[in-house]
Write a protein that binds this ligand. Sequence first.
Ligand code: UDP
Length: 352
Amino acid sequence: MRILVTGGAGFIGSHLVEYLLARGDEVIVLDDLSTGSLANLGSLRDNDRLSVTVGSILDRALVGALVRGVDRVYHLAAAVGVRLIVDRPLSSLRTNIHGTENVLDACAEHDVALLLASTSEIYGKNTADALREDADRILGSPLKSRWTYAAAKGIDESFAHAYWREHGLRVSIVRLFNTVGPRQTGRYGMVVPNLVGQALRGQPLTVFGDGQQTRCFSYVGDIVPAVVRIAEEPRSIGNAYNLGGAEEVAIADLAYRVLRITKSRSTITFVPYEDAYPEGFEDMLRRVPDNSRAHALVGFTPTTRLEEIIGVVAEDLAARAGEGVHTTRPFESGRHPDPALRTRPAHALVES
Ligand code: UDP
């Protein structure tokens, strides 16, 4: 298969690219390198089935030209990370709405199947025991910039659904819940790399609010194969699927676990929200997925435990701090059948 991955130089995108190449696909990456980095694809540099175009999903002509020649698109490109969204709401909205519209439009025009990466953010402040895909969304004011991400992604899903209904676009949606793993950066707020990085540097771990808010972290190595299976399952067309972790953890508890696993002597400091984020921020107290729909469709079961995830993230951050490169890959633990395919000769990264 010839596959286009938008956002393929990002954290999740680069793992997806690695997975697709390892099973023999040809992959084209479109990424503007805003939060992603070519270093995330460094281990694939010599793979002759990978090409990279540095450009934006806002470039309609470019998106059209790339979509025209492929069998499937995975659309992961987006402005992500709470800090980025709150700091730069306008460009985030543009990228996440107009950029996605370009991708949908091109896929519809050229009859190319599409997997749209969405997010658990769309559920907003719904603190249900287990969020089903048809759960109500409870969003804060649109004047609070935190909610613009959920608003934009909600529009993306509605657009996708309408393209499916009115134009027969083969589009499937996954809603990712706090995916973590190697190569994720803490720069845009993500809590796991942030806390692990602080622990490794001997700095205080910053827990926002009272730390009783909870999340269900999932491992990128569990998520990526499920995303591919959903994309390739025709019954997923026109539907959305939650993909999240199995274990609910309070952020304060997460911080204690990070200290224990990294054997760090850092302290934990509780930071009031108003000091942690610019104005326009509101947190979610709880976000728990019901994964049963994805389980019924493709057998999705998140198996990697939080302790293991923290260990892998710590290993990755330590390696990157030492060498300035990304060395740890989630499929190295035997998850992926054919790592040899990653080291094919030449053609390297093409920047346009
Ligand atoms: N958080 C924290 N310390 C940090 C970064 C984040 O306590 O250094 C909190 C944040 O307020 C939220 C949770 O951790 O309650 C998860 O934040 P993240 O940005 O990773 O994901 P999201 O809020 O999108 O679920």
